[in-house]
Design a binder for this molecule. Structure first.
Ligand code: CA
Length: 224
């Protein structure tokens, strides 16, 4: 699941990126409002963490512009605990806010709440294809009674394939969704990751679920 962080303070931004990455999110981090708005309006993010005080274009302007195009959930960060700031953010269409300094665990809890809400309810439901099951909340994967241990990237890759099962996903799309925006999609990292994933969740089993569509990409589906 992709998160965009728009935060100019280097320490806070790096700390949030590290924490969210460790918790299984794919994180893009930008340090000004203009880049933030561009990515927010064009990228496919599950949630956006937006600082209010930014150089050039501030967080309020980013939010106002973004809401003309998209309703991606936004949680804004403010340094001042003042009612008018909170009201302004919520009026502009933010979904939640945090006052700095905040504990990382609180941000994580708020993000998870936002993701569970409304149209993202599906995102937290367990997924299955034939005997393959993936539980995104407990981060567990199994085939029948056999537990399958995956790395964070393998898990993210399988989660994406299962959410979009039956659809052929291109390497470029997979790279964008599972790795961050600095990832070089010309490399064969996706292929290698697919091979490793397959070795764990498909090769040991008779029934194959992850298929290569030559020249196009990969698809997860039950085939007779
Ligand atoms: Ca700031």
């Amino acid at each position: 699941m992709k998160v965009l962080i728009v935060e100019d303070e280097a320490k806070t931004g790096d700390y949030l990126r590290k924490g969210l990455t460790e918790n299984g999110f794919v994180v893009d981090l930008v340090r000004n409002g203009v880049d933030g708005l561009h990515l927010a309006a064009t990228g496919d993010y599950a949630v956006i963490v937006l600082d209010v005080m930014l150089p050039g274009m501030d967080g309020w302007s980013v939010l106002r512009e973004l809401r003309k195009a998209r309703d991606t959930p936004v949680i804004f960060l403010t340094a001042r605990d003042e009612v008018e700031d909170r009201v302004r953010g919520l009026e502009l269409g933010a979904d939640d806010y945090l006052v700095k300094p905040f504990a990382f665990s609180e941000l994580l809890a708020r993000l998870r709440t936002l993701l569970r809400r409304g149209r993202n309810t599906q995102a937290e439901a367990a997924l299955s294809s034939a005997d393959l099951e993936l539980d995104p909340v407990r981060r567990r994967v199994a085939r029948g009674a056999t537990r399958i241990d995956l790395t964070a990237k393998e898990f993210a890759l399988l989660y994406l394939l299962m959410r979009r099962q039956g659809e052929v996903l291109s390497r470029t799309f997979i790279a964008e969704q599972v790795w961050d925006m600095n990832f070089d999609s010309d490399t064969n990292v996706v292929e290698v990751a697919i091979r490793r994933l397959r070795a764990k969740m498909d090769d040991p089993f008779d029934r194959k679920l992850l298929h290569t569509v030559r020249g196009m990409g990969y698809v997860l589906e039950e085939r007779e």
